[in-house]
Write a protein that binds this ligand. Structure first.
Ligand code: FE2
Length: 349
């Protein structure tokens, strides 16, 4: 694949959803509503009664298969936010929660029209040998999870984010009541600017992103204590703390993807790498430069410190300690930086 092929392949592609795994969906969405003003939520019962034409590991689900899980959906400005809580009959999500705790689980690439979702999944299977981990049809919604976990540390979901309307016994709204429209307005203020992944070997990870997902090209740079200014670690100005990692970055539509090679001296990355090895580490939300300090203070007042923050080539960023409250890790950034510090591009064309 030439550089131009890769750049052309990225045109028009869009990440439409980010999804976390929760062990108690009500606690998770209540905290997102209270702390983040995100909502209202549609909470669905996922089961054979509500999902049709299911595939699991490339095969139709056996007739008598039974499973049940909860799925909660809310709209942010440029992305849908989903949480899933397993109940019974499916081993994959409980295994993920056992291994990783509550954490980001997957993201979705927007695919239309509806019947292109299964078609695209079959192409991944036939041309790349990647399994159709799961596929389902929910009202007008089609979703398909491609088995990219072994390659890049996260499964790629394909979907049209179509209309979902279940009979009332299979869905509920949270919060209930008439303040839903003002909540929706606040929820739309959140703009997901970046998906951040952790890996153990940068070039191996990036070559898998290019080979299997055809995502790139990537700009590689080294981040260390010499180039990040105003460093904050675990809520305090870091005095001379040594840290280093390498990152690869690329654009995917209106979002940036960052893959961090673990390096040393960055506690939240080290903790994540120790437990999860590789995966979807955090999502960074865009904050106006003039409101950045106030936003960081808002979280600090609520007992949520900055785990790593600072300024990198003009860009303010703050990784927050939100996993125990929001079920996922989030960061804030003003995305006001430059491309200074880029050492090489990957692939090297
Ligand atoms: Fe999803």
């Amino acid at each position: 694949m030439t550089k131009q092929d890769l750049i052309s392949r990225m045109e028009g592609r869009f990440i439409s959803q980010i999804c976390g795994a929760s062990s108690d969906i009500q606690r998770t969405i209540a905290n997102w509503t209270k702390l983040m003003n995100v909502g209202p939520w549609l909470v669905l019962n996922s089961s054979p009664a509500t999902i049709s034409n299911l595939l699991a590991n490339n095969k139709p689900l056996p007739e008598n298969a039974d499973f049940h899980s909860y799925c909660a959906l809310a709209s942010l400005g440029n992305v849908q936010l989903e949480f899933n809580q397993p109940l019974w009959g499916d081993d994959a999500l409980p295994a993920f929660l056992d291994a990783n705790g509550e954490s980001w689980h997957h993201f979705k690439e927007h695919i239309t029209p509806a019947d292109a979702v299964l078609q695209t999944g079959r192409e991944y299977l036939e041309t790349k040998g990647l399994d159709i981990v799961s596929y389902g049809e929910i009202d007008q919604d089609r979703y398909l999870n491609v088995g990219t976990y072994a390659a890049v540390g996260v499964n790629l979901e394909l979907g049209n984010t179509g209309r979902i309307q279940f009979p009332p016994e299979y869905q509920r709204n949270y919060p209930e009541g008439d303040h839903a429209s003002s909540l929706a307005e606040k929820s739309r203020q959140w703009h997901a600017g970046e998906l951040i992944f952790v890996t153990d070997h940068l070039e191996n990870a990036l070559s898998a992103w290019v080979k299997y997902l055809q995502v790139g090209p990537w700009r590689i740079q080294t981040i260390d204590d010499a180039i990040v200014s105003d460093v904050v670690m675990d809520g305090h100005a870091a005095d001379g703390g040594k840290f280093r990692c390498r990152i690869g970055r690329c654009r995917w539509g209106d979002k940036r993807l960052t893959v961090i090679e673990r390096g040393y001296g960055i506690a939240p990355v080290a903790e994540y790498a120790f437990r999860s090895k590789r995966g979807m580490f955090a999502v960074s939300f865009q904050v106006d430069p003039g409101k950045f300090d106030a936003k960081v203070a808002y979280f600090a007042e609520r007992g949520i410190p900055v785990r790593l923050g600072g300024r990198l080539f003009g860009e303010r960023f703050a990784l927050l300690d939100t996993e125990s409250i929001l079920g996922v890790r989030i960061a804030l950034s003003d995305f006001a930086g430059t491309d200074d510090g880029v050492e090489t591009t990957f692939p090297a064309f």
